[in-house]
Design a protein. Structure first.
Length: 726
């Protein structure tokens, strides 16, 4: 007998992973259609459900002789109608269907078992198959589930995931009667079948065997999988087996490693990006769309094979007009490149339940000053449970600062062990109350599709918030309250209920550097000019900033229709109150904002400009001539001035000129009426910002030419920029 590999490459696909699907009650409600892109193996009488939903596995397996007696005709139908690629069946199947013996889409268990091959399999004329996957230390431990896994390994699959294999049988159902030996027969169809994932899995007249006969000490199925594990280990079988069922006895007994099904299938666990918002945020939403449509801020830079998340907006109340405009912009910018679809919900919050105020001196109802965001959060989480295991809650002032942010987020979620919440601690400069100083900001990833998380939300998080707001502090928000409550746990008190909750869920809350929270009032009113630069340079894992200051900068940048790059957000200047952010400014202090050889000049030329200083005294009557050569990447209207430098009455000559994209030269002159310590050439932008690359600048006084060419300028600028970058 030799290894039979004649079917390899014909029935097998290119997939190296297969899902073996048992029929346990843990699969109730599971959408088998979600596995349509995976290779799968199904078992026994589950075809009754498959017929109803129009889905079928890649392969089929039935090794119970009693089930063969009941279902043999349907098994043949599955193969002959090409609903499955092939079937692995008990040897008695060929006694009932000898016409199938020559059909190489069928495999018999007799072909892999030396004893049964000699007794029955050889008479069919089929070859014995010598496969390492079927070499075993205990030939008596044969079950459909365990041997289906061996069959998957024989087919060549490298990784085999198990779902629906619960192994928690009710041995004798009230609707069953005993036959000879371990045989059973259903006398009527159960109204509720505790052993399987649909109630009419077994019907009146069906024959089957006792799941765990006494001869196997009442645990045949569990022992069969334990033998399977040990055989594969001892024989160095190439296939890796993982249990994807958290409700299986395989988990309780540590038979195989556990791995979430989503990781095995390669499906993204991130089901949606959810934007909680109000109608006042419509302009920021549209600006964010425009930002995401650019390569520099794109959610994905490259195509992905994973399922795309949905983009879900949850408004506090109905906003039909805003919804239409948002959908139109989404379609116009072709954001379906990044999102499966756009969904818009309205919560119809009203009155006290929609209250939000940062001014705490006014009277407020029992739901508190943050009633609106609190109610919106809890309602959103319950809505989000339909979108997948995890969702990312992303308010409109969360701005990406790197491309590929959604791809990175999907990877973080997929690579992490299960969690409830993953987000940012507060990273700004404000002082927080000690009771919630370590809280995770609400812009975070939530396990909204995890029933355990929703149970925690319903039975602890929301009730404790309501109680705390009504009885202790009307200012509390949903994200702060957990830390405030859990930080008060008494680990030194016997059976302290809060301490017990903390012990149970602490490992489910994670900090991440993917998003940084800088959302306090101080972070808005005194924006750090180095903020984005510092994050880009020192936090390579950070892709999103939660900051109203950065959000306003992004909106202005989009409105400028010019130079959409993350580096343009570096120009937050501490002396400029939001939303007036300078996109590129050469200051007397020497702080310079530039990108390579280009400066970004915002509008407001009296305030925002580049200056080339002429050093040396300017006397009354001196005539100064300036020549400027530069390059523009886009058409722009520039204000070019020659003016005094230093104190004294302001003097200047100014030109406002319209330029096309390309290289230009401009001459400007002024005769000074007063004495000054110097003069400067000043360039500003009118109407919209400009991306400006200087080439050379010259100033002439009394026929004495002083030139500052671009290499000289660049050296000075880089010296100043170096100061800024440190």
């Amino acid at each position: 007998m030799s290894e039979n590999i004649c079917f390899e490459g014909t029935l097998m696909s290119q997939n190296r992973t297969i899902i073996a699907i048992g029929n346990g009650p843990s699969l109730r409600g599971f959408d088998l259609q979600s596995l349509q892109n995976c290779d799968t193996l199904g078992m026994n009488a589950a075809y009754r459900h498959w017929d109803r939903i129009g889905w079928y596995p890649t392969y089929y397996c039935c090794l119970d002789d009693q089930l063969i007696q009941t279902h043999h005709a349907e098994i043949k139908r599955l193969v002959c109608e090409e609903l499955v690629k092939g079937a692995f069946v008990h040897g008695s199947f060929f006694e009932l269907h000898p016409e199938c013996i020559a059909d190489d889409r069928f495999w018999s268990s007799d072909q892999f078992h030396p004893y049964w091959y000699k007794r029955r399999g050889a008479t069919t004329g089929r070859k014995f198959i010598q496969s390492v996957a079927f070499q075993t230390s205990d030939t008596s431990k044969v079950t459909t589930g365990a041997y289906a896994v061996r069959f998957c390994s024989y087919l060549g699959y490298d990784k085999i995931g198990l779902i629906g294999i619960d192994l928690r049988y009710v041995e004798l159902l009230p609707e069953a009667e005993r036959g000879e030996g371990v045989a059973l027969r259903m006398t009527k169809t159960p109204t509720h079948n505790p052993n399987y994932f649909f109630d009419d899995y077994q019907r009146a007249g069906d024959r089957y065997n006792v799941p765990n006969p006494d001869v196997h000490q009442g645990d045949l199925h569990l022992r069969a999988f334990r033998v399977l594990r040990d055989d594969f280990f001892e024989n160095s079988v190439h296939s890796r087996i993982v249990n994807c069922n958290p409700n299986s006895a395989l988990l309780d007994n540590a038979i195989f490693p556990f791995e979430p099904l989503e990781k095995l299938t390669g499906a993204s666990q991130l089901g949606a990006v959810i934007i909680p918002c109000t109608v006042k945020e419509k302009d920021q939403i549209l600006a964010n769309f425009q930002l995401w449509s650019q390569a520099a801020f794109a959610p994905f830079l490259h195509a992905t094979e994973s399922a795309l998340p949905k983009l879900v907006f949850v408004f506090n109340r109905a906003m039909e007009d805003a919804s239409a405009e948002i959908r139109e912009k989404f379609d116009h910018l072709k954001l379906n490149r990044y999102f499966d679809s756009i969904v818009i919900h309205s919560l119809d919050l009203d009155g006290e339940e929609d209250t939000y105020s940062r001014s705490y001196h006014k009277p407020v109802g029992t739901q508190g000053y943050k009633a609106g965001p609190n109610n919106q959060f809890f309602k959103t989480m319950r809505l989000a449970s339909e979108y997948g295991r995890y969702v990312f809650l992303m308010e409109t002032d969360c701005i990406p600062i790197r491309p590929g942010w959604l791809q990175r987020l999907s990877t973080i979620v997929s690579d992490s062990e299960p969690f409830f919440v993953m987000g940012s601690a507060y990273r700004g400069t404000a002082r927080l109350a000690k009771s919630f100083s370590r809280h995770i900001n609400g812009n975070a990833i939530y396990a909204a599709g995890d029933p355990e998380f929703i149970s925690f939300l319903d039975n602890f998080w929301e009730p404790e918030l309501r109680k705390a707001v009504e009885m202790a502090d009307r200012r509390l928000a949903y994200d702060c309250v957990l830390e405030a409550i859990l930080s008060g746990a008494h680990s030194d008190v016997a059976d302290d209920p809060v301490w017990r909750v903390w012990q149970r869920i602490a490992h489910k809350f994670r900090y991440t550097d993917f998003i940084q929270n800088l959302s306090a009032q101080e972070d808005i009113s005194s924006a750090n000019s180095n903020l984005v630069h510092d994050v880009l340079r020192h936090h390579p894992e950070t892709h999103i900033l939660h900051s109203q200051a950065v959000a306003r900068a992004a909106t202005n940048m989009v409105a400028s229709e010019c130079y959409l790059e993350p580096i343009a957000l570096m120009s937050l200047h501490k002396d400029v109150s939001p939303p007036l952010f300078s996109e590129a400014r050469l200051e007397p202090s020497g702080q310079v904002q530039l990108d390579g050889e280009r400066f970004l000049i915002p509008t407001g030329s009296t305030e925002n400009h580049l200056m080339y200083r002429f050093t040396g005294s300017v006397n009354k009557g001196d005539r100064i001539v300036g020549d400027l050569k530069f390059e523009l990447t886009q058409p722009a209207e520039l204000s070019i001035s020659l003016c005094r430098d230093g104190e004294g009455p302001f003097e200047s000559d100014r030109k406002i000129l319209q330029f096309a994209a390309g290289t230009h030269a401009v001459t400007i002159e002024h005769t000074f009426k007063n004495k000054f310590k110097g003069a400067r050439l000043q360039i500003g932008a009118e109407r919209k910002p400009a991306a400006f690359r200087p080439i050379s600048a010259t100033l002439e006084k009394d026929n004495q030419l002083r030139t500052r060419s671009w290499p000289t300028i660049a050296k000075a600028v880089r010296k100043l920029a170096g100061k800024f970058m440190q």
